[in-house]
Design a protein around this ligand. Structure first.
Ligand code: HSE
Length: 410
Protein backbone atom coordinates (compact mmCIF):
# COMPACT_ATOMS: atom_id res chain seq x y z
CA UNK A 1 0.00 0.00 0.00
CA UNK A 2 1.38 3.45 -1.00
CA UNK A 3 0.16 6.20 1.29
CA UNK A 4 -0.33 9.82 0.37
CA UNK A 5 -1.83 12.89 2.04
CA UNK A 6 -4.06 15.53 0.51
CA UNK A 7 -4.10 19.18 1.61
CA UNK A 8 -7.39 20.87 0.71
CA UNK A 9 -10.72 19.20 -0.04
CA UNK A 10 -12.18 21.93 -2.25
CA UNK A 11 -13.05 21.61 -5.94
CA UNK A 12 -9.70 20.14 -7.01
CA UNK A 13 -8.94 18.17 -3.82
CA UNK A 14 -12.32 16.42 -3.87
CA UNK A 15 -11.63 15.63 -7.55
CA UNK A 16 -8.37 13.95 -6.55
CA UNK A 17 -10.27 11.78 -4.05
CA UNK A 18 -12.83 10.94 -6.73
CA UNK A 19 -10.11 9.78 -9.14
CA UNK A 20 -8.29 7.81 -6.43
CA UNK A 21 -11.59 6.02 -5.72
CA UNK A 22 -13.01 5.56 -9.23
CA UNK A 23 -9.73 4.63 -10.92
CA UNK A 24 -8.33 2.76 -7.94
CA UNK A 25 -7.47 -0.41 -9.88
CA UNK A 26 -5.89 1.44 -12.79
CA UNK A 27 -3.70 3.47 -10.43
CA UNK A 28 -2.74 0.39 -8.38
CA UNK A 29 -1.64 -1.34 -11.58
CA UNK A 30 0.53 1.61 -12.58
CA UNK A 31 1.95 2.25 -9.11
CA UNK A 32 2.61 -1.44 -8.51
CA UNK A 33 0.43 -1.48 -5.38
CA UNK A 34 -2.76 0.21 -4.11
CA UNK A 35 -2.62 3.97 -3.49
CA UNK A 36 -4.51 5.36 -0.51
CA UNK A 37 -5.01 8.82 0.95
CA UNK A 38 -4.09 8.31 4.59
CA UNK A 39 -4.89 11.93 5.51
CA UNK A 40 -7.05 14.71 4.12
CA UNK A 41 -6.40 18.12 5.63
CA UNK A 42 -9.18 20.70 5.57
CA UNK A 43 -10.59 23.29 7.96
CA UNK A 44 -14.06 21.96 7.27
CA UNK A 45 -15.56 18.60 8.27
CA UNK A 46 -17.02 16.40 5.56
CA UNK A 47 -19.32 13.89 7.28
CA UNK A 48 -20.84 11.03 5.32
CA UNK A 49 -17.92 10.33 2.97
CA UNK A 50 -16.30 6.86 2.86
CA UNK A 51 -13.07 8.61 3.98
CA UNK A 52 -14.52 11.09 6.51
CA UNK A 53 -12.50 9.57 9.35
CA UNK A 54 -9.22 10.47 7.59
CA UNK A 55 -9.78 14.24 7.85
CA UNK A 56 -7.52 16.33 10.06
CA UNK A 57 -6.73 20.01 10.65
CA UNK A 58 -3.28 19.24 12.05
CA UNK A 59 -0.50 19.29 9.44
CA UNK A 60 2.06 17.92 11.91
CA UNK A 61 0.28 14.53 11.80
CA UNK A 62 1.03 14.37 8.07
CA UNK A 63 4.57 15.68 8.39
CA UNK A 64 5.38 13.14 11.09
CA UNK A 65 3.71 10.14 9.39
CA UNK A 66 6.64 8.07 8.00
CA UNK A 67 4.31 6.12 5.73
CA UNK A 68 3.22 9.20 3.75
CA UNK A 69 5.54 9.43 0.73
CA UNK A 70 3.76 12.14 -1.25
CA UNK A 71 1.77 15.21 -0.22
CA UNK A 72 -0.73 16.60 -2.74
CA UNK A 73 -1.41 20.29 -2.15
CA UNK A 74 -4.65 21.77 -3.47
CA UNK A 75 -5.17 24.60 -0.97
CA UNK A 76 -4.41 27.56 -3.25
CA UNK A 77 -2.75 30.80 -2.10
CA UNK A 78 0.79 31.25 -0.84
CA UNK A 79 0.15 30.69 2.87
CA UNK A 80 -0.19 28.33 4.63
CA UNK A 81 0.58 26.28 1.51
CA UNK A 82 4.21 27.46 1.32
CA UNK A 83 4.97 26.65 4.96
CA UNK A 84 3.45 23.18 4.73
CA UNK A 85 4.95 22.33 1.33
CA UNK A 86 8.36 23.40 2.61
CA UNK A 87 7.95 21.31 5.75
CA UNK A 88 6.83 18.30 3.70
CA UNK A 89 9.91 18.59 1.44
CA UNK A 90 12.19 19.03 4.47
CA UNK A 91 10.64 15.87 5.91
CA UNK A 92 11.69 14.01 2.74
CA UNK A 93 8.25 13.78 1.16
CA UNK A 94 7.59 14.55 -2.49
CA UNK A 95 5.02 17.25 -3.21
CA UNK A 96 2.53 17.55 -6.06
CA UNK A 97 0.62 20.83 -6.32
CA UNK A 98 -2.02 22.55 -8.42
CA UNK A 99 -1.25 25.88 -6.75
CA UNK A 100 -0.11 28.33 -9.43
CA UNK A 101 0.24 31.22 -7.00
CA UNK A 102 2.63 29.18 -4.88
CA UNK A 103 4.68 27.99 -7.87
CA UNK A 104 4.80 31.46 -9.48
CA UNK A 105 6.03 33.03 -6.23
CA UNK A 106 8.21 30.27 -4.76
CA UNK A 107 8.95 27.82 -7.58
CA UNK A 108 12.73 28.31 -7.74
CA UNK A 109 13.11 27.99 -3.97
CA UNK A 110 10.91 24.89 -3.65
CA UNK A 111 12.55 23.17 -6.62
CA UNK A 112 15.99 23.78 -5.10
CA UNK A 113 14.82 22.38 -1.77
CA UNK A 114 13.27 19.31 -3.43
CA UNK A 115 16.53 18.72 -5.30
CA UNK A 116 18.53 19.03 -2.07
CA UNK A 117 16.27 16.53 -0.30
CA UNK A 118 16.15 14.11 -3.26
CA UNK A 119 12.38 14.29 -3.67
CA UNK A 120 9.94 15.49 -6.33
CA UNK A 121 8.23 18.87 -6.56
CA UNK A 122 5.75 18.58 -9.44
CA UNK A 123 3.08 21.04 -10.59
CA UNK A 124 1.60 20.05 -13.97
CA UNK A 125 -1.89 20.98 -12.69
CA UNK A 126 -0.84 24.57 -12.03
CA UNK A 127 -1.06 25.57 -15.72
CA UNK A 128 -3.83 24.73 -18.17
CA UNK A 129 -5.92 22.50 -15.87
CA UNK A 130 -5.97 19.03 -17.46
CA UNK A 131 -3.70 19.92 -20.42
CA UNK A 132 -0.27 18.29 -20.39
CA UNK A 133 1.98 21.31 -21.02
CA UNK A 134 4.76 21.49 -18.43
CA UNK A 135 5.97 17.94 -19.01
CA UNK A 136 6.23 18.42 -22.82
CA UNK A 137 7.98 21.75 -22.26
CA UNK A 138 10.52 20.29 -19.84
CA UNK A 139 11.08 17.05 -21.76
CA UNK A 140 9.86 16.75 -25.34
CA UNK A 141 10.82 20.27 -26.45
CA UNK A 142 14.26 20.57 -24.85
CA UNK A 143 15.99 20.51 -28.25
CA UNK A 144 14.62 24.01 -28.83
CA UNK A 145 15.13 27.57 -27.78
CA UNK A 146 11.55 28.47 -27.02
CA UNK A 147 10.91 31.67 -28.97
CA UNK A 148 7.28 32.29 -28.00
CA UNK A 149 4.55 30.94 -25.76
CA UNK A 150 1.11 32.46 -26.20
CA UNK A 151 -1.91 31.02 -24.52
CA UNK A 152 -5.45 31.27 -23.34
CA UNK A 153 -4.51 30.42 -19.78
CA UNK A 154 -7.63 31.21 -17.78
CA UNK A 155 -10.79 29.16 -18.17
CA UNK A 156 -13.04 31.56 -16.27
CA UNK A 157 -12.34 34.58 -18.47
CA UNK A 158 -12.53 32.54 -21.66
CA UNK A 159 -15.88 31.20 -20.46
CA UNK A 160 -17.08 34.75 -19.71
CA UNK A 161 -15.87 36.16 -23.07
CA UNK A 162 -17.53 33.26 -24.92
CA UNK A 163 -20.83 33.67 -23.04
CA UNK A 164 -20.83 37.46 -23.50
CA UNK A 165 -19.81 37.76 -27.10
CA UNK A 166 -21.14 34.56 -28.67
CA UNK A 167 -24.29 34.16 -26.58
CA UNK A 168 -25.06 37.72 -25.44
CA UNK A 169 -24.87 36.98 -21.68
CA UNK A 170 -24.23 39.73 -19.13
CA UNK A 171 -20.78 39.81 -17.47
CA UNK A 172 -22.16 39.15 -13.96
CA UNK A 173 -24.28 36.17 -15.05
CA UNK A 174 -21.39 34.58 -16.96
CA UNK A 175 -19.06 35.03 -13.97
CA UNK A 176 -21.62 33.52 -11.60
CA UNK A 177 -21.96 30.46 -13.86
CA UNK A 178 -18.16 30.06 -13.97
CA UNK A 179 -18.11 30.18 -10.16
CA UNK A 180 -20.91 27.62 -9.89
CA UNK A 181 -19.03 25.31 -12.24
CA UNK A 182 -15.95 25.51 -10.01
CA UNK A 183 -13.76 27.32 -12.56
CA UNK A 184 -13.22 30.64 -10.78
CA UNK A 185 -10.69 31.42 -8.07
CA UNK A 186 -11.91 31.96 -4.49
CA UNK A 187 -11.57 35.67 -5.29
CA UNK A 188 -12.59 35.90 -8.97
CA UNK A 189 -10.79 39.23 -9.26
CA UNK A 190 -7.69 37.10 -9.83
CA UNK A 191 -9.38 35.68 -12.94
CA UNK A 192 -11.00 38.78 -14.44
CA UNK A 193 -8.05 41.11 -13.74
CA UNK A 194 -5.58 38.69 -15.36
CA UNK A 195 -3.57 37.76 -12.23
CA UNK A 196 -4.25 34.02 -12.58
CA UNK A 197 -3.15 34.03 -16.25
CA UNK A 198 -0.11 36.06 -15.18
CA UNK A 199 0.96 33.43 -12.63
CA UNK A 200 0.65 30.77 -15.34
CA UNK A 201 2.68 32.62 -17.97
CA UNK A 202 5.34 33.22 -15.31
CA UNK A 203 5.53 29.46 -14.68
CA UNK A 204 5.78 28.71 -18.41
CA UNK A 205 8.39 31.44 -18.95
CA UNK A 206 10.43 30.25 -15.95
CA UNK A 207 10.64 26.77 -17.48
CA UNK A 208 11.33 28.09 -20.99
CA UNK A 209 14.07 30.53 -19.89
CA UNK A 210 15.42 28.56 -16.93
CA UNK A 211 15.08 31.36 -14.40
CA UNK A 212 12.30 32.68 -12.22
CA UNK A 213 9.90 35.40 -13.38
CA UNK A 214 7.75 37.09 -10.73
CA UNK A 215 4.13 38.04 -11.49
CA UNK A 216 4.58 41.54 -10.06
CA UNK A 217 7.05 42.33 -12.89
CA UNK A 218 4.62 41.40 -15.65
CA UNK A 219 2.37 44.06 -17.27
CA UNK A 220 -1.09 42.62 -16.67
CA UNK A 221 -4.52 43.71 -17.80
CA UNK A 222 -7.78 41.75 -17.46
CA UNK A 223 -10.99 41.61 -19.44
CA UNK A 224 -13.13 44.17 -17.62
CA UNK A 225 -12.55 46.93 -20.18
CA UNK A 226 -13.41 44.84 -23.26
CA UNK A 227 -16.57 46.19 -24.87
CA UNK A 228 -19.01 44.74 -27.46
CA UNK A 229 -17.73 47.48 -29.82
CA UNK A 230 -14.16 46.11 -29.55
CA UNK A 231 -15.39 42.63 -30.35
CA UNK A 232 -17.42 43.94 -33.32
CA UNK A 233 -14.33 45.69 -34.72
CA UNK A 234 -12.31 42.51 -34.16
CA UNK A 235 -14.86 40.57 -36.20
CA UNK A 236 -14.68 43.16 -38.98
CA UNK A 237 -10.87 42.84 -38.95
CA UNK A 238 -11.27 39.05 -39.23
CA UNK A 239 -10.62 37.81 -35.71
CA UNK A 240 -11.73 37.96 -32.12
CA UNK A 241 -10.62 39.19 -28.68
CA UNK A 242 -9.06 36.74 -26.19
CA UNK A 243 -7.22 37.17 -22.90
CA UNK A 244 -3.69 36.07 -23.76
CA UNK A 245 -0.64 35.40 -21.63
CA UNK A 246 2.45 35.67 -23.76
CA UNK A 247 6.21 35.48 -23.48
CA UNK A 248 8.48 36.16 -26.46
CA UNK A 249 12.22 35.86 -26.76
CA UNK A 250 13.47 39.24 -28.04
CA UNK A 251 16.36 39.24 -30.55
CA UNK A 252 18.77 40.19 -27.73
CA UNK A 253 17.65 37.16 -25.67
CA UNK A 254 15.49 39.04 -23.16
CA UNK A 255 11.97 37.90 -22.34
CA UNK A 256 8.91 40.01 -23.15
CA UNK A 257 6.10 38.91 -20.85
CA UNK A 258 2.60 40.32 -20.74
CA UNK A 259 -1.00 39.43 -20.05
CA UNK A 260 -3.73 41.36 -21.80
CA UNK A 261 -6.75 41.04 -24.04
CA UNK A 262 -5.42 40.64 -27.58
CA UNK A 263 -6.86 40.74 -31.07
CA UNK A 264 -6.45 37.18 -32.35
CA UNK A 265 -6.65 36.65 -36.12
CA UNK A 266 -9.27 34.18 -37.32
CA UNK A 267 -6.65 31.92 -38.90
CA UNK A 268 -4.88 31.48 -35.55
CA UNK A 269 -6.06 28.32 -33.79
CA UNK A 270 -6.42 30.24 -30.51
CA UNK A 271 -9.33 32.20 -31.99
CA UNK A 272 -11.54 29.09 -32.01
CA UNK A 273 -10.95 28.17 -28.36
CA UNK A 274 -14.25 28.64 -26.50
CA UNK A 275 -15.73 28.25 -23.05
CA UNK A 276 -13.56 26.89 -20.26
CA UNK A 277 -11.05 25.45 -22.72
CA UNK A 278 -7.46 26.67 -22.68
CA UNK A 279 -4.88 26.42 -25.44
CA UNK A 280 -1.18 27.10 -25.32
CA UNK A 281 0.83 27.75 -28.47
CA UNK A 282 4.52 27.00 -28.03
CA UNK A 283 7.02 27.97 -30.71
CA UNK A 284 10.52 26.53 -30.73
CA UNK A 285 13.40 27.42 -33.04
CA UNK A 286 13.60 23.85 -34.32
CA UNK A 287 10.10 22.38 -34.03
CA UNK A 288 8.09 25.41 -35.22
CA UNK A 289 4.71 26.02 -33.63
CA UNK A 290 2.89 23.43 -31.53
CA UNK A 291 -0.49 23.69 -29.80
CA UNK A 292 -1.71 22.16 -26.55
CA UNK A 293 -5.49 22.24 -26.02
CA UNK A 294 -7.96 20.99 -23.45
CA UNK A 295 -10.08 21.78 -20.40
CA UNK A 296 -8.29 24.57 -18.55
CA UNK A 297 -10.11 24.47 -15.22
CA UNK A 298 -12.58 22.40 -13.25
CA UNK A 299 -12.58 19.58 -10.75
CA UNK A 300 -11.69 16.41 -12.65
CA UNK A 301 -9.43 17.88 -15.38
CA UNK A 302 -7.24 19.60 -12.79
CA UNK A 303 -7.32 16.58 -10.49
CA UNK A 304 -6.36 14.40 -13.47
CA UNK A 305 -3.17 16.45 -13.89
CA UNK A 306 -2.39 16.14 -10.17
CA UNK A 307 -2.84 12.38 -10.12
CA UNK A 308 -0.74 12.22 -13.29
CA UNK A 309 2.12 13.77 -11.30
CA UNK A 310 1.44 11.49 -8.34
CA UNK A 311 2.48 8.35 -10.20
CA UNK A 312 6.06 9.42 -11.04
CA UNK A 313 6.34 10.89 -7.54
CA UNK A 314 5.47 7.46 -6.11
CA UNK A 315 7.42 5.28 -8.48
CA UNK A 316 10.40 7.13 -9.98
CA UNK A 317 13.60 8.34 -8.33
CA UNK A 318 13.79 12.13 -8.08
CA UNK A 319 16.57 14.41 -9.20
CA UNK A 320 18.11 12.58 -12.14
CA UNK A 321 17.18 15.46 -14.48
CA UNK A 322 16.34 18.51 -12.37
CA UNK A 323 14.19 21.17 -13.95
CA UNK A 324 16.50 24.02 -15.04
CA UNK A 325 14.68 26.77 -13.14
CA UNK A 326 17.10 29.00 -11.27
CA UNK A 327 16.62 32.26 -9.35
CA UNK A 328 15.36 35.37 -11.14
CA UNK A 329 17.79 37.29 -13.36
CA UNK A 330 16.82 40.98 -13.15
CA UNK A 331 18.30 41.75 -16.57
CA UNK A 332 16.09 39.19 -18.34
CA UNK A 333 12.61 40.79 -18.49
CA UNK A 334 12.31 43.25 -21.36
CA UNK A 335 10.61 46.49 -20.23
CA UNK A 336 7.08 46.83 -21.61
CA UNK A 337 7.90 50.02 -23.54
CA UNK A 338 10.37 48.01 -25.61
CA UNK A 339 7.99 45.16 -26.46
CA UNK A 340 7.38 44.79 -30.17
CA UNK A 341 3.71 45.58 -30.70
CA UNK A 342 1.05 46.25 -33.21
CA UNK A 343 -2.09 47.76 -31.68
CA UNK A 344 -5.77 48.06 -32.45
CA UNK A 345 -6.79 51.59 -31.46
CA UNK A 346 -10.17 53.27 -31.30
CA UNK A 347 -9.99 57.05 -31.06
CA UNK A 348 -12.77 59.66 -30.89
CA UNK A 349 -12.60 63.28 -32.01
CA UNK A 350 -10.10 62.92 -34.83
CA UNK A 351 -10.36 62.15 -38.53
CA UNK A 352 -8.30 59.35 -40.12
CA UNK A 353 -6.21 61.88 -42.09
CA UNK A 354 -5.15 63.59 -38.88
CA UNK A 355 -4.55 60.30 -37.09
CA UNK A 356 -2.35 59.11 -39.91
CA UNK A 357 0.14 61.87 -39.17
CA UNK A 358 0.67 60.30 -35.73
CA UNK A 359 0.32 56.69 -36.87
CA UNK A 360 1.91 56.39 -40.33
CA UNK A 361 0.97 53.15 -42.07
CA UNK A 362 -2.22 52.68 -39.99
CA UNK A 363 -4.89 50.42 -41.53
CA UNK A 364 -8.34 51.90 -40.88
CA UNK A 365 -11.46 49.82 -40.27
CA UNK A 366 -14.99 50.87 -41.20
CA UNK A 367 -16.20 53.04 -38.28
CA UNK A 368 -19.10 51.50 -36.36
CA UNK A 369 -20.15 54.79 -34.71
CA UNK A 370 -20.06 58.44 -35.74
CA UNK A 371 -17.14 60.51 -34.50
CA UNK A 372 -14.67 57.68 -33.97
CA UNK A 373 -11.92 55.97 -35.95
CA UNK A 374 -10.63 52.44 -35.48
CA UNK A 375 -7.35 51.23 -36.94
CA UNK A 376 -4.45 48.83 -36.67
CA UNK A 377 -1.08 50.50 -36.27
CA UNK A 378 2.01 49.59 -38.25
CA UNK A 379 4.45 47.37 -36.29
CA UNK A 380 6.06 49.47 -33.54
CA UNK A 381 6.99 49.16 -29.87
CA UNK A 382 4.54 49.69 -27.01
CA UNK A 383 6.57 52.81 -26.10
CA UNK A 384 6.20 54.21 -29.63
CA UNK A 385 2.44 53.60 -29.51
CA UNK A 386 2.35 55.39 -26.11
CA UNK A 387 4.20 58.38 -27.55
CA UNK A 388 1.99 58.61 -30.65
CA UNK A 389 -1.13 58.38 -28.48
CA UNK A 390 0.11 61.15 -26.24
CA UNK A 391 0.75 63.38 -29.26
CA UNK A 392 -2.68 62.52 -30.75
CA UNK A 393 -4.27 63.21 -27.33
CA UNK A 394 -2.66 66.65 -27.21
CA UNK A 395 -4.18 67.33 -30.64
CA UNK A 396 -7.70 66.48 -29.41
CA UNK A 397 -7.92 62.68 -29.92
CA UNK A 398 -9.60 60.69 -27.13
CA UNK A 399 -8.55 57.07 -26.73
CA UNK A 400 -11.52 54.69 -26.45
CA UNK A 401 -9.75 51.30 -26.75
CA UNK A 402 -6.26 49.92 -27.11
CA UNK A 403 -5.74 46.21 -27.72
CA UNK A 404 -2.49 44.52 -28.75
CA UNK A 405 -2.60 42.38 -31.89
CA UNK A 406 -1.41 38.84 -31.17
CA UNK A 407 0.60 38.42 -34.34
CA UNK A 408 2.44 41.72 -33.71
CA UNK A 409 6.18 41.21 -33.84
CA UNK A 410 8.72 43.31 -35.63
N1 HSE B 1 -9.51 29.99 -12.03
C1 HSE B 1 -8.69 29.24 -12.89
C2 HSE B 1 -9.22 29.36 -14.32
C3 HSE B 1 -8.67 27.81 -12.45
O1 HSE B 1 -10.35 29.82 -14.49
O2 HSE B 1 -8.53 29.03 -15.26
C4 HSE B 1 -7.68 26.94 -13.16
O3 HSE B 1 -6.37 27.33 -12.90
Amino acid sequence: MKKIALLGHGVVGSGVMEILTKNQKLLARQAGEPVEAAWVLDRRAFPGLPYSQRFTQDFSLIREDPEVAVVLEALGGVEPAFTWVREALLAGKSVVTSNKELVAEKGAELLALAQEKGVHFLFEASVGGGIPILQPLRESLTANHITEIAGILNGTTNYILTKMFQEGAAFGDALREAQELGYAEADPTADVEGHDACRKICILASIAFGSHFYPKEVPTQGITRISPEDVAYAAQWGGTVKLIGRVRRAPDGRAALEVSPMLVPGDCLLSGVSGVFNAIQVTGDMVGTTLFYGPGAGKLPTASAMVGDLLPALTQPAGSRPLPWGPARPELPQPWEEHAAQAFLRVAGMEPDALETFFPGARFLEPLAAGEAAFITAPATQGEVDAALEAAGAAGGKLLSRITVLEGSR
